[in-house]
Design a binder for this molecule. Structure first.
Ligand code: NOJ
Length: 763
């Protein structure tokens, strides 16, 4: 403990309280500089080799419950740990495990600089929330923040103090499997949700033992992978980068996010990891980001296959110079930075800047005061899977469900008196509802739909599997074998449907069919499920189709023929309970789609905030020469912002407080919203704006505000949005963010296809 003591004494001698470790951006300037001075006091003690080590991040490597390193690499990692050549680790969890690893550093290394423990807490840790795309469908920022708070509580109790979330990549292509991990296609909604999630993870005091560092990722362009194929190249214009991809990242910085992750992809010819334009010019200089940038897993090393670096040392040089602070699993920094500085290829100033950023995080977390502060096995036991967390997970799941279709009010189902057949392997599945990216949770820990339905003891339920979605064992890392052949359960399912009044069919994607590396070129119901649906429909048309999936699917046949469709995503631990409450009407659905659902894969990328083109519509019947497909309409199956309720709403009397907006003025746009149905319900009222003529072509509509409004049956409320010039800014032809004078259409409505507007003139 000698060196740690010396660091602490130095701090005390300088008159600083060691506990002033709250995050930069939320604390007074004095506290900020206090941390900076402490950081410098540590930095001064470090050798070049230790500095490189501080930027080195390793994956879990040492089984502390049976302390034999598993491979040669593990032995080397352990050696590095003892020598203080590891700054952070990922995928080591559990209060005791974390304590043991931290202890190796504290007992053996020269400077005893504590480790940070990172983990992909993407949508919960052990208690799993809906996948982020589903949470985004709630548009409910407070509940989303609570869900992230819950995840931080549970993860921090297991020793984790850094999550690699939120993923704030905007994406317009459902072929990309990682759309499940983001907030969908809209930069405004995505920004709001990014802020909510960061607040939830980081709280107001990072030094508290139940808050964790958040990480905005993947900077940038990863969600625009060409053709939706994961890790593929990205080529976007500066205008799209600024207007569409940057906003959620900028909002994350403004919300005080303490870390960023760069991306696997190359962007306009430069790997994101190598881009000093992105990491230094934009992020650290223009946006003033004072936290640390971590590479994606091995993305420094991947500059070699990208054809951008000739070897690992070259890759390390490029990455560090470009502003990539931490090396996740490339072994590049730990092995090469010292030499690179000695040979002058990397300046010590740049190295110091990166190390400072990492040390600063450690002070902010309070790790120098107590390296074991997240290692309380008693708290871990109390918090993990506890009742309050289940309540939050259930609430989030309920609000994430989107009702896509409900003809003749087939839903809600009567709680008794009808025979209900439940069909589909997913209805009994206790793992798939956890979705992808839930690596902290164990299999079989979700409430299945069948289990959820048992909460309604008077319901007469029969069950038939019909067909499996995937065949054989499914492990996190393996490719799934989708069932395209086994229809042996069809006959029993058809029989069960024949003997029922109503059929609930749960179909869709296996929990691991979306997520990283899970791109798809077809987005229909996988395997034999479409056939099963049609076979059951042939004997019973009263079908409620419950979709369970991690991305928009193409379901044109179901959209036309099936009377009721519920989008239930992968809803997490409480999935079955939430769906049952929705089906039986104990919760009125209120979710709205955060991504357009295409009619066909050929429409992708598909997004509501598209440009008009010069030929947006046919100018005469049967015209061919306009921007369209010959075989499918341009419109989505279900648009962005769409979702039904068990009640109905009407929008009336759209009005502006003034038809003109000048410089510092603000005006308001209002609407009267009435619940015209028989039950109370919540509507997400959406404000869209179109800049009609500009120096750069502008989208036909852009979301600029939304509000959740709960109304009793028959009740009316006016909903008001304030509009100022700032809201109308965009990255213009002058290559800067500005508002251009002219006319703007102001829409308020129930989804992105709303077409009633008022014109606002901006001067
Ligand atoms: C690769 C993923 O792209 C990234 O999002 C994740 O945080 C890291 N692996 C660490 O698991």
């Amino acid at each position: 403990m000698k060196i740690v003591k010396s660091v602490i004494c130095l701090s005390l001698a300088l008159g600083m309280a060691c506990s002033s470790t709250a995050p930069v951006g939320t604390t007074p300037t004095a506290a900020k500089s206090a941390i900076d001075i402490k950081v410098d006091s540590v930095l001064k003690l470090m050798t070049l080799q230790e500095k490189g080590g501080q930027l080195n991040q390793y994956n879990g490597f040492y089984d502390v419950t049976g302390p034999e390193p598993k491979s040669g690499q593990a032995a080397e990692k352990l050696e590095h740990l003892k020598k203080g050549l590891v700054g952070s680790v990922l995928n080591i969890t559990g209060a005791e495990q974390v304590r043991n690893i931290q202890k190796i550093v504290m007992d053996n290394s020269r400077l005893k600089i504590p480790l940070i423990f990172g983990f992909d807490v993407i949508h919960g840790f052990k208690t799993i929330s809906p996948i982020p795309l589903a949470e985004a469908a709630s548009w409910d920022l407070r509940t989303i923040e609570k869900s992230a708070r819950m995840a931080a509580e549970e993860a921090s109790a297991a020793g984790i103090n850094w999550t690699f979330a939120p993923m704030v990549d905007v994406s317009r292509d459902a072929r990309w499997g990682r759309v499940m991990e983001g907030s969908g296609e809209d930069p405004y909604l995505g920004s709001q949700i990014a802020v909510a999630r960061i607040k939830g993870f980081q709280g107001t005091d990072l030094a508290a033992n139940n808050t964790i560092l958040a990480c905005a990722k993947h900077f940038v362009g990863y969600g625009f992978a060409e053709a939706g194929r994961d890790y593929n190249s990205v080529d976007v214009s500066e205008a799209t980068l600024e207007n569409v991809l940057f906003p959620p990242f900028k909002a994350s910085v403004d919300a005080g996010v303490r870390t960023f992750m760069n991306a696997f992809n190359d962007l306009n010819g430069v790997p994101a990891t190598a881009s000093s334009y992105l990491q230094r010019d934009v992020l650290k200089n223009r946006w003033n980001f004072s936290g640390a940038v971590v590479s994606d897993w091995g993305s420094i090393m991947e500059m070699i296959p990208h054809g951008y670096a000739s070897n690992l040392s070259h890759a390390a040089e490029i990455a560090l110079n470009a502003g990539n602070d931490i090396d996740m699993e490339s072994y590049a920094y730990v092995n090469h930075l010292e030499d690179l500085v000695r040979s002058g290829k990397v300046s010590e100033e740049n190295l110091n800047d990166a190390v400072r950023r990492v040390l600063k995080l450690k002070f902010e977390l309070g790790l120098f005061d107590d390296p074991y502060k997240y290692c309380d096995a008693k708290r871990e036991k109390e918090v993990t899977f506890s009742e309050p967390l289940q309540i939050i997970a259930l609430d989030m799941a309920l609000k994430s469900v989107v009702l896509l279709k409900n003809e003749q009010n087939l839903l809600p189902l009567p709680k008794s008196g009808k025979r209900i057949a439940v069909i589909g392997a997913l209805a009994a599945d206790k793992t798939s509802p956890l979705g992808s990216w839930r690596i902290g949770a164990s299999d079989n820990t979700a409430v299945s739909l069948l289990e959820g339905l048992k909460n309604y003891p008077n319901a007469q339920i029969t069950y038939a599997k019909g067909a499996d979605v995937a065949l054989g064992e499914t492990k996190f890392v393996s490719e799934l074998t989708i069932n395209t052949t086994d229809k042996s359960g069809f006959a029993a399912a058809i029989e069960t449907a024949k003997n029922a009044d109503i059929v609930v069919m749960m179909l869709g994607e296996h929990g691991l069919q979306s997520g990283e590396g899970r791109s798809r070129s077809e987005l229909g119901l996988p395997g034999v499920q479409q056939e099963l649906l049609e076979a059951v429909f042939a004997v019973n048309k009263s079908i409620v189709l419950v979709l369970q999936n991690g991305r928009p699917l193409t379901i044109p046949w179901a959209a036309e023929n099936i009377p009721a469709i519920v989008e239930a995503w992968h809803l997490g631990t409480q999935s079955g309970n939430a769906i049952a409450q929705i089906l039986f009407g104990d919760f009125n659905p209120q979710g709205k789609l955060p991504m357009s659902f295409p009619r066909s894969v050929g429409q992708l990328p598909l997004y509501y905030n598209a440009k008009s083109t010069g030929r947006p519509a046919a100018n005469e019947p049967n015209s061919v020469f306009w921007s369209h497909y010959g075989d499918v309409p341009n419109t989505p199956q279900f648009p962005f912002g769409y979702g039904l309720s068990y009640t109905t709403f009407s929008y009336n009397n759209l009005r502006l407080s003034s038809a003109k907006l000048t410089d510092s003025q603000k005006i308001t746009a209002s609407i009267d919203l009435t619940n015209t149905g028989k039950v109370s319900g919540t509507e997400v009222v959406q404000l869209y704006i179109q800049d009609e003529v500009a120096t750069g072509t502008r989208p036909v509509k852009e979301l600029k505000g939304f509000e959740l409004v709960t109304l009793a049956a028959g009740e009316t409320k006016s909903v008001t949005f304030t509009i100022d010039k700032k809201m109308l800014e965009f990255f213009s032809a002058n290559r800067k963010w500005e508002t251009e004078d002219g006319t703007f259409k102001i829409y308020i409505g129930t989804n992105a296809q709303t077409n009633s507007f008022k014109v606002l003139t901006v001067e």
